[in-house]
Design a protein around this ligand. Structure first.
Ligand SMILES: [Zn+2]
Length: 96
């Protein structure tokens, strides 16, 4: 799976989602009626790895721009749509 997005830090945060700390999780919508985009992006923080999350502290919110390089995240569908699809499916279980 090609895992290149707008910058190396965002790529790392998408690929390593579920680990302790910050992650970015693409969320695929069933349709684009409400957002004009097929994907939303969630910035998530967790205090423990997903596998060990008994008493994990978590926070999550939607973001529109890459926190590290400023790219508008809807542009990622042009940069690497197959990668978004893959990570959206793989990391769906992480969404709160
Ligand atoms: Zn970026």
């Amino acid at each position: 799976m090609k895992a290149d997005f707008c910058c190396s830090i965002l790529t790392e945060n998408i690929v390593e989602a579920g680990r302790k700390g910050f992650s970015v999780i693409p969320f695929k919508h069933e349709d684009d009626l409400y957002t004009n985009d097929l994907y939303s992006f969630l910035l998530q923080f967790r205090s423990m790895d997903f596998a060990a999350d008994n008493k994990c502290i978590m926070a999550q919110r939607a973001i529109a721009y890459c926190p590290w390089c400023g790219t508008e995240l809807h542009q990622l569908t042009r940069i690497n749509e197959a990668g978004l699809e893959y990570y959206a499916k793989r990391n769906q279980k992480l969404i709160i």
